[in-house]
Design a protein around this ligand. Sequence first.
Ligand code: ZN
Length: 135
Amino acid sequence: MQKIEHIGIAVKNLAVAVPLFEKLLNTNCYKTEEVKSEKVNTAFFKQGETKIELLESTDPDGVIARFIQKKGEGMHHIAFDVMNIEAEMERLKKEGFVLLNETPKQGADNKLVCFLHPKDTNGVLIELCMEKPDF
Ligand code: ZN
């Protein structure tokens, strides 16, 4: 695993959270993107080498909506950059971690992603992400 690629924060309302983070970080949101498969709208900020990903649910039954219902708004996941996502998934599976998806899936920001079950990682949801190769 490489650097922390981004930190995901669950928010109720991007229209409120984006200007707030623009003030906080003193930088403009550089990208917003809907990820239909995950039922989220995302907004990204660059802060040095690391990004902040704000996540707003597009569905009252979506994972982010359920997360906020249970825990309130706040930190949702930490994403690490990986060079080879399949190899890293294989390695972690051998180490006994439970992967939430068996094959890499399409994430926001042109990434292939995989999540680890937080029960194995002290309650912290971990995301592996790899820049999608250009074909
Ligand atoms: Zn993420």
